[in-house]
Every structure is written in structure tokens, then in C-alpha cells.
Design a protein around this ligand. Structure first.
Ligand SMILES: Cc1cc2nc3c(=O)[nH]c(=O)nc-3n(C[C@H](O)[C@H](O)[C@H](O)COP(=O)(O)OP(=O)(O)OC[C@H]3O[C@@H](n4cnc5c(N)ncnc54)[C@H](O)[C@@H]3O)c2cc1C
Length: 486
């Protein structure tokens, strides 16, 4: 029986373990933490449960695919429902726009609240869907770094469409040209943050991300986001995958340019295949022999990070939904601060996720579990203590202005996740959420491939490598690895 080692039990690692176990490998997963999930983890505090990492599920069919592959019914493991409203958008002048996932309903809502024509909205959504459909096969499903990818007819067609895919303009430039309304531009610019980019720099091809919500749909797992990791873990166990928690891989053994094992507690364990779910930066920095280090991957710009407050709130807010955004009055300044000045803007866009709206037992009666997040620069050694203290004050001021309350009166308990903690708990360089940044035109091609050019039997999955961060893309990375191993 062939043997595979997987380094890390994040979503990329768990999905790779399932794929290799289905292939007939004996799979050993090594994870530094005491449990699985990586960035997808949960926490409980004083009767409140919180999903600490990802909060939005898109493309759930990529998860279901893993269960079908193993001849299992995904619904025996976890279930999810489609949301009728993706996000609720709040502005300081009192406007509230419900982000219905049905595009016609959304267009009607936008027209009612802002006067922007329904036709314009529908046209924009359809153009973004065209971008998504034209590019997803090439950019999300295949290795961009294998010649044979380019001999596929679908990829050839995607290349023919490239001149129409807006890679030479920023998202903001295109959105501004199409809409003469700041509120709507902010809604569509916001999708850049789904992979930690800056809409004022990122190529307009990333407008395709909005197709996920308005066309493909936004979803919620009935028992919260962590139930995804738990379902994948259970499937792994059912397939006989062996887990080694609290076990950090110290080095990958390479002989004659072949990866043949991993070092655990200074002892070598031999394997036929090694798949790294660890952030690629640290794979080069710590795991591989010096002669294989590719400096270009140590110097790439990283995606943004986040500051999250988990608040137990002893009040029900009927005007809030599962996903809520309170927009900054100056989105441009906010992103300049994040990506150019490495600072946090004084009027940040605040995202509030409340899973107790869907999973009632996530909070005690008449209470809500608030996950309050702002985008931040990644960790470049800023004075985080002072930045966080200021940001907390500014977040509270913002919430108070929009909801016309004093939110501090309702906070009963608090926990915090910072860029530094994201790095230390998931070994993600600089605490960036989505690996390297997607702010440049060619960033998709510069992401690390899912294999090594110089070391055979070594593969890479997860958010720091191709095709990128986020649950669906991490799942795609494992599928590409699976195909490469075939
Ligand atoms: C606050 C936050 C919000 C997010 N929001 C969303 C969202 O709404 N929707 C979405 O789709 N995505 C979101 N993401 C991104 C998403 O969580 C990740 O892209 C996804 O979970 C994929 O993770 P991964 O496979 O790269 O592994 P990771 O989660 O990075 O896990 C890697 C694992 O490897 C382990 N490891 C590393 N090195 C070693 C070693 N040497 N030995 C053993 N173990 C090791 C680490 O301990 C870790 O558990 C968010 C992330 C964060 C942090």
C-alpha cells in the first residue's frame, strides 16, 4: 500500500486526505494544533458559540463532491441551506440595502433604495457571471503550471476571451464607469476582500467573485461553519485516515530530488507522497533544504489580514441579519491605509456575522453572538496593541452611529483574533488570510504551483498556493493535487 503524509489539517489538508484515501493510500495527517480545521475553528464562551474563521460558504458542491467520491451521502455528514439574502449593507445616512441573492430581487431593492436602474444592475451581474464562467475552468480547476493544461479546448477558448476579461483595469475603475452611485460601487468593490485584495488595485476580472453570491448563491451550514471541518474530519476517519495532532513536521526529507519522508521529533518517517497544507512561505523557510528555496516566494506581497472581536451580546437586533456590512464613508482611504500605509483607517468598514440568527443555540435566549471583523494590513511589525485599542474604539463608534445605540452596554464577554494570532495559530505568514495578494494582473500565474518543479513526490494545497485562499479554492487545490498525483 502506498503511503501519503499530509502536513496540516486545514481545509486543504483534510480534503487532500480524503482524496488520497479514496485513491487507496494509507494517509497520515500531521497537525501542530490539538485539533483539525486550521483557520476554520470554533470557540465557546459563556454560553455563546463562535465560528472564529470563515463565515461565508460558497460553492458547497465542491464539498459534496468529496463525499460522493467516497460513495457516501454528504447529508449524512452535514447539511446547508441557500441564503435568500447574502449580506445586508448599512450606510451612515440610514440607507440599508438587502443583498438578495436573487439578482432580479436585488436589482429591484437597489432601484428602490438608490434610484440606480434595475437594468444596469442586472447587466453588471450578467457581465460578472460571464467573467466567472469564462475563467473559472482555467483559473480554479486546473494547474496553471502544466503545459498540458493549455492544450485543452476549454482553456484555449478562455485564452481567446482574455482581451474581454478586464485584466488591464482595476475593479473600482470598471465599477465606477458603470455606476454613478457610491453605495453601489462599494457593494461591488467589496468582493475584492473575498481574497484579501484591494479593489482600487485588483484587476477587474475579480468582479467575477460577485457571481458567487448573486448567481451561484451564498450558503450557510445548518450547524455553523465549523461543521464543515467536522464533517470532513469524520469522513477522513471513516476512510481510515490517521491523525497525529500536536505534532509539527520539522523538515521534509529530500534525496536525489525526491521527497521521501518527513521529520517528526527528529525521527524520519518514510512516505511515497508528501502534501503540504502549510503556508508555502514557511515550507520554504523551515521545511525544505536550503538549496531548494525559491526566493521569489519569500518576497511576494501577502494578502490582507483581519482583526476580529467575538462579542457575546445580551440583546436581539431585529434589523441585523446573518451577514452585515457597515460601510466606511471613504472606502478608498480605508484601502490606502491597509495596503499602502500598513495602518487601520479611523472609519473602517465593519462586518458583523451573527450565526445565532440561523443556529439559535449559538447564543443564550434574547442574546446574539457577534463576530465583528475589519480588514487590516498583514503583520509587518506594527504596534498592534495601540492599533487594536484605537480600532476597537472606532468600531464601537461606527456601530453606535449606524444603529443609534451604545453597543458597549450590551457586550457581556469578548475574545479577540489578531494578525499576529492568526500567524501563530495557523502558521500563516504575516497573518494574511489568503496567502499571496491578488492585487496584480498576473498574480494568478505567480502563485505557487500545486507541485514542485524540482522535487518529485512533493505537492502543495491550501490557500497559500494555486488557485488561492477561501474554502472553495482550497478545495480546488486538493482536486488539482489529486489529478497531478494520478
Ligand atoms: C478570519 C478569517 C475569515 C475568513 N473568511 C472566509 C470566508 O468567509 N469564506 C471563505 O471561503 N474563506 C474565508 N477565510 C479563508 C479560509 O479560512 C481559508 O482559506 C481556508 O480555511 C483554507 O485553509 P488552508 O487549507 O489553507 O489551511 P489553514 O487553515 O491555513 O491550515 C493549515 C494548517 O496546517 C497546520 N500546519 C502548518 N504547518 C505545520 C507543520 N509544519 N506541521 C504540522 N501542521 C502544520 C496549521 O496548524 C494549520 O492547522 C477566512 C479566514 C480567516 C482567518
Amino acid at each position: 500500500m502506498k503511503k501519503a503524509a499530509i502536513i496540516g489539517a486545514g481545509i486543504g489538508g483534510l480534503s487532500s486526505a480524503i482524496r488520497l484515501a479514496v485513491k487507496g493510500y494509507r494517509v497520515d495527517v500531521y497537525e501542530s494544533n490539538k485539533s483539525y480545521g486550521g483557520k476554520m475553528k470554533e470557540m465557546s464562551m459563556k454560553g455563546f458559540r463562535f465560528d472564529m474563521g470563515p463565515s461565508l460558504l460558497t460553492m458547497p458542491e465542491k464539498l459534496d463532491e468529496l463525499f460522493y467520491l467516497a460513495n457516501k451521502n454528504p447529508r449524512d455528514y452535514f447539511s446547508y441551506s441557500k441564503l435568500s439574502e447574502g449580506c445586508r449593507y448599512f450606510y451612515e445616512d440610514g440607507t440599508v440595502i438587502n443583498g438578495y441573492t436573487d439578482s432580479k430581487k436585488f436589482a429591484h431593492e437597489v432601484n428602490k433604495k438608490t434610484g440606480v436602474s434595475e437594468k444596469l444592475i442586472i447587466k453588471h451581474i450578467n457581465k460578472n457571471l460571464f467573467l466567472f464562467d469564462s475563467t473559472s475552468f482555467l483559473f480554479l480547476e486546473k494547474s496553471l503550471h502544466k503545459i498540458k493544461t493549455y492544450f485543452s479546448f476549454r482553456v484555449f477558448i478562455a485564452f481567446l476571451k482574455l482581451p474581454f476579461l478586464q485584466i488591464f483595469e482595476s475593479m473600482n475603475t470598471v465599477n465606477k464607469r458603470r455606476f454613478n452611485n457610491e453605495k453601489i460601487i462599494k457593494i461591488f468593490n467589496r468582493f475584492a476582500t473575498y481574497n484579501g485584495s484591494n479593489p482600487f488595485k485588483a484587476p477587474a476580472i475579480l468582479n467575477s467573485i460577485s457571481a458567487l453570491e448573486f448567481n451561484k448563491g451564498a450558503y450557510y451550514p445548518d450547524k455553523g461553519m465549523f461543521s464543515i471541518a467536522s464533517a470532513l474530519f469524520k469522513l477522513c476517519k471513516d476512510l481510515g485516515v490517521i491523525f497525529h495532532f500536536k505534532t509539527t513536521i520539522e523538515k521534509i526529507s529530500v534525496e536525489n530530488n525526491i521527497a521521501n519522508g518527513v521529520f517528526v521529533n527528529k525521527e524520519i518517517k518514510f512516505f511515497d507522497v508528501i502534501i503540504c497544507n502549510q503556508d508555502i512561505y514557511f515550507v520554504y523557510k523551515k521545511l525544505l533544504p536550503q538549496r531548494y528555496v525559491l526566493k521569489s516566494f519569500l518576497t511576494q506581497e501577502r494578502s490582507s489580514s483581519a482583526l476580529i472581536f467575538y462579542w457575546g451580546i445580551n440583546k436581539d437586533f431585529e434589523n441585523l441579519n446573518l451577514h452585515n456590512i457597515f460601510f466606511s464613508n471613504n472606502y478608498n482611504e480605508e484601502f490606502k491605509n491597509i495596503s499602502e500605509n500598513n495602518q487601520i483607517y479611523k472609519d473602517p468598514t465593519v462586518y458583523i456575522n451573527i450565526t445565532s440568527k440561523m443556529t439559535r443555540k449559538d447564543a443564550p435566549n434574547n442574546c446574539e453572538n457577534w463576530f465583528v471583523m475589519i480588514n487590516t494590513p498583514n503583520d509587518k511589525g506594527q504596534d498592534w496593541e495601540s492599533l487594536i485599542a484605537k480600532a476597537r474604539k472606532n468600531i464601537i463608534k461606527k456601530i453606535n452611529r449606524v444603529l443609534k445605540i451604545n453597543i458597549e452596554d450590551y457586550i457581556t464577554c469578548e475574545e479577540l483574533l489578531t494578525p499576529q494570532l492568526i500567524e501563530s495559530t495557523t502558521q500563516s505568514f504575516r497573518g494574511s488570510l489568503y496567502g499571496s495578494s491578488s492585487n496584480s494582473r498576473a498574480s494568478a500565474f505567480f502563485r505557487h504551483p500545486n507541485f514542485s518543479n524540482r522535487i518529485s513526490n512533493l505537492y502543495f494545497c491550501g490557500g497559500s498556493v494555486h488557485p488561492g485562499g477561501g474554502i472553495p479554492l482550497a478545495l480546488s487545490s486538493s482536486k488539482i493535487v489529486d489529478e497531478l498525483i494520478s
